[in-house]
Design a protein around this ligand. Structure first.
Ligand code: FBP
Length: 555
């Protein structure tokens, strides 16, 4: 690193907070075990696949008697999409290891899971760590999306660990990456390698959560960053009064990001993918719903507004969802599909899709069709960040408005601007919450390792309270798993947490959205504050607040 910004310089000295129990020191905590656990679904299949790990208890750390800790080397991997605070997880891991035994070493595998397979690593020293404390990004060691799943990959990882005398691996990742962590942990345990594998819950999408994991890290900072930008756009829309802004927001499947941003900014329209799916809303229905609001506002002389579109929407519209599932199956069978010419791809798809799905596919604009045919990520997911749903909706709405104009029922003017906020928020400097939470997750991972655990996700709970009241522990990865179809085959994966339509967070949107649609109730949250009054710089998300205090209503 060369020159650093003034903020980075001051921020480097910020000391993240830890749960009180971890302040006792790694060698002074012990794990208290809960009851045996079960997978969320498909219990028998998961049990069969994870013979060694299945059923382990949730653990909570308590102050314990002082133990001495043997010298150990640990390896760390950043996996999947960037999320603010990843560097602090590594800093917490480093400090926790040094606290356990100053002779301990931390190796960083480079470029994601492929780093451990190919033996590409660096030793993370205090000079390196200090340069990255409280900064955004994953550039300390880089990230990647290689899927760790074959015995050959596991064997190579074992060889690399043996050559470095590494006895524990920490995988910092989302649902897919922690599925990798579970598979690797099972393989290592089955062969009595003595190598432990621990996961850390990362993803701005906020969909890696359950009773024990209240939120994944990065969600807080990313949503605050997007909310700032949305607020700025709302201010612009309300000043110029001439554009409808369609803003697609990152979040591959679940709409937690979109929902949190909607509550923070109160836009005129906020689509929620889970609601679309639950109510079987077709693309036509969504177009009609949005057009209706646009027309009503135009009738009141307001030819402007802001609409939030979740990145994953397209996969939740029932007819498109069915078509994509069929598409994924036929693409999995088409050898070298990514290298085919576009005409060849289109013809293969049109002939091989089932009739109803082919009709849906062919009804879409060509640009969206080509985007649907782009390569899948290594986990078999459609890369929704590359599908321009916001433009698809604009096009459909324009058509609809043209018809209404011809009928004489619409006299407004529709000028649109399309935006996509995704990469803007993934590497922002972590908010105070994410800086503290991430550091705690990393530090806590060392406590899990020192307590001899493997196949666990680092868990820090009670997050809407001050850090001193946070509860540290671990959750067995198998507890979150179920079977899902990937690349045409049933695979064990961590179940994604979708927006709960009967939950308090969605309720707040539902209770207010009619008013927000027609009036300008915009909120302008402004930039993340790192210094200043606690009620400004330490508050976490509305989502977490409402989930933990479901009785309180919008102020
Ligand atoms: P993770 O699930 O790995 O955290 O990634 C989340 C995400 O940021 C999604 O919101 C987005 O759809 C995707 O990554 C984009 O992937 P890429 O970085 O490969 O473009």
């Amino acid at each position: 690193m060369n020159e650093i910004s003034a903020l980075q310089k001051v921020r480097a000295s910020y000391q993240p907070k830890l749960p009180a129990v971890l302040l006792n020191g790694i060698n002074n905590v012990s794990a208290s075990e809960g009851a045996p656990t079960e997978a969320v679904r498909d219990k028998e299949s998961i049990k069969e696949l994870f013979k060694n790990l299945y059923g382990m208890p949730v653990v909570t750390f308590e102050a314990g008697s002082t133990k001495s800790s043997a010298v150990r080397n640990v390896g760390v991997i950043l996996s999947g999409g960037q999320a603010p605070g990843g560097h602090n997880v590594i800093a917490g891991l480093f400090d926790g290891l040094k606290n356990a035994n100053p002779e301990n070493k931390l190796y960083g595998f480079l470029g994601g899971p492929s780093g451990i397979i190919d033996g590409k690593y660096i030793e993370l020293t205090s000079d390196i760590i200090d340069a990255y404390r409280n900064t955004g990004g994953f550039d300390i060691i880089g990230s990647g999306r290689t899927k760790l799943e074959t015995p050959e990959q596991f064997q190579k990882s074992l060889d690399v660990c043996k050559s470095l005398n590494v006895s524990a691996i920490v995988i910092i990742g989302g649902d897919d990456s922690n599925t990798n962590a579970a598979l690797l942990a099972e393989w290592m345990k089955d062969r009595n390698t003595g190598i432990q594998v621990i996961g850390c819950p990362k993803t701005i999408d906020g969909d890696l959560k359950n009773e024990q994991i209240e939120i994944s890290f990065g969600f807080d900072t990313a949503t605050k960053t997007y909310a700032e930008l949305i607020g700025n756009i709302q201010r612009d829309a309300n000043s110029a009064k001439k554009y409808w802004h369609f803003i697609k927001l990152m979040g591959r499947s679940a709409t937690h990001v979109g929902l949190e941003c909607a509550l923070r900014t109160r836009p005129n329209i906020a689509l929620i993918s889970e609601e679309v799916e639950a109510n079987n809303w077709s693309l036509k229905y969504i177009t009609d719903y949005m057009t209706d609001i646009i027309v009503k506002r135009a009738n009141a002389g307001k030819n402007f507004g802001v609409a939030l579109i979740p990145e994953g929407l397209i996969e939740f519209i029932p007819e498109i969802k069915a078509m994509i599932a069929n598409l994924n199956d036929i693409l999995a069978k088409a050898d070298g599909f990514d290298n085919w010419a576009i005409e060849e791809k289109m013809s293969y798809v049109s002939t091989n899709l089932e009739k109803a799905n082919a009709e849906v596919f062919n009804s879409l604009p060509s640009i969206i069709k080509s985007q649907l045919l782009m390569d899948r990520d290594p986990h078999g997911n459609v890369q929704v960040s590359r599908i321009e749903t916001e433009k698809l909706l604009i096009e459909m709405i324009e058509q609809k408005l043209k018809g209404l104009k011809a009928e004489g029922t619409y006299k407004g003017k529709f000028s649109s601007q399309a935006h996509f906020f995704g990469y803007e928020g993934r590497c922002a400097a972590p908010s105070n919450f994410d800086a503290d939470y991430c550091y705690s997750l990393g530090y806590n991972a060392v406590a899990l390792i020192e307590n001899g655990l493997t196949g666990y996700l680092s868990s820090v709970r009670n997050l809407s309270k001050p850090a001193s009241e946070w509860i540290a522990g671990g959750v067995p990865l198998t507890m979150m798993m179920n079977m899902e179809k990937r690349h045409g085959e049933m695979k064990p994966v961590i179940q994604k947490a979708l927006v709960k339509l009967d939950g308090p967070v969605f309720k707040e949107l539902k209770d207010n959205r009619e008013k927000w649609a027609l009036e300008e109730c915009y909120l302008f949250p402004g930039a993340i504050q790192y210094f200043g009054p606690s009620e400004v710089c330490d508050i976490t998300t509305r989502t977490l607040y409402l989930e933990q205090n479901s009785k309180l209503v919008t102020k």
